[in-house]
Ligand binder design. Structure first.
Ligand code: CUA
Length: 332
């Protein structure tokens, strides 16, 4: 089906349905999102057709109502026939659309029987905990606020929440699915083209709900495998003296109580895993681009960037802060 005209996209953008090409249900890149868009087009078409028919019938009905030659009984009989016909037509249209929707949705909820890629995603206030599941313990990969998927492969995402209800929405790849505390859910996605997409928490989950985004990178299988291997390995030790000092600051200060960094003594699990934070696209769950200035800003005063975030402000002197930033940047 052809892409929607620009003015419709703009109208939808004002209602929040489309933020950009990276986060747009109107730019599907996988079978799930495409089936949703097809349904949207068909339902829009049916709704417009019904509207045009109903509005178009008004002058005709008004003219018939004025017909003085008809007696009341005939008129009532005709009205009854018309109303019954409209009820039946509405019921047929609605039931057909719902049945089609259920069949489409069921058909898409499966993946390969053997060796699928499985990502465990946990919603937290207000960030995403990510784990690439593997039966071999040391091949598991833990990170936060970013997922990578290989193009053309079915990927299963297991969903759970640690605190309140969140909802995962990757508009370019599929519709929303709630993450409910105490329950687990599962979705399948398949990206058919490489690209960067922006997923967003789609269920109000507190103060920073709007700043709970999840960049999704779809890349060719070799690039994905290389990325996953890099995530498994400990980031190389920096040569820079300042960065080396940053490691000491991290381990000795409060950072290590909440964050894990592979290859250091920091093993906290309260906050995001920072083993490869230097390689991530964004900081604070999609809130800031991952640059040195932003990292500094974020660590120095998280409340200014993301009010309500559970990360405390840092009371470090500026030379230690710079060293800390240099070390974190080197975690690639
Ligand atoms: Cu998490 Cu909204």
């Amino acid at each position: 089906m052809r892409r929607l005209p620009r003015w419709i996209v703009l109208a939808l953008a004002t209602t929040g349905c489309v933020a950009s090409r990276e986060q747009s249900a109107l730019d599907p890149t996988g079978p799930h999102a495409r089936s949703i868009l097809t349904e949207f087009h068909v339902m829009l078409l049916v709704a417009v057709a019904v509207y045009v028919i109903v509005i178009g019938a008004i002058p005709f009905v008004a003219r018939r109502a004025k017909d003085a030659n008809e007696d009341v009984a005939t008129r009532e009989q005709r009205a009854r026939r018309v109303v019954t016909g409209c009820i039946i037509a509405s019921a047929v249209i609605l039931v057909s659309l719902i049945t089609w929707d259920i069949i489409q949705a069921r058909g898409l909820e499966h993946g390969p029987d053997q060796a699928p890629i499985v990502i465990s995603l946990t919603g937290r206030q207000w960030w995403w905990e990510v784990e690439y599941v593997d039966s071999v313990a040391n091949r598991r990969v833990r990170l936060a606020n970013e997922i990578h998927v290989p193009v053309g492969r079915d990927v299963r995402i297991d969903l759970q929440s640690r605190d309140v209800i969140h909802s995962l929405w990757i508009p370019n790849l599929r519709g929303k699915k709630d993450l409910i505390p105490g329950r687990s859910a599962m979705i399948w996605i398949r990206a058919e083209q490489p690209g960067r997409f922006r997923a967003q928490c789609a269920e109000f989950c507190g103060l920073e709900h709007a700043k709970m985004a999840l960049p999704v990178v779809a890349e060719p299988e070799p690039a994905f495998a290389a990325w996953l291997d890099r995530q498994r390995a400990v980031a190389a030790a920096p040569e820079d003296a300042s960065a080396l000092q940053g490691r000491e600051v991290f381990e000795a200060g409060t950072c290590a109580a909440c964050h894990t960094v592979m290859g250091s003594s920091a093993a906290g699990r309260v906050g995001p895993d920072l083993s490869h934070v230097g390689s991530r696209l964004t900081l604070a769950a999609g809130t800031l681009a991952n640059t040195r200035e932003n990292l500094l800003r974020w660590i120095a005063d998280p409340q200014q960037v993301k009010p309500g975030a559970q990360m405390p402000p840092s009371a470090l002197p500026s030379n230690e802060l710079m060293a800390l930033v240099a070390w974190l940047e080197s975690r690639k």
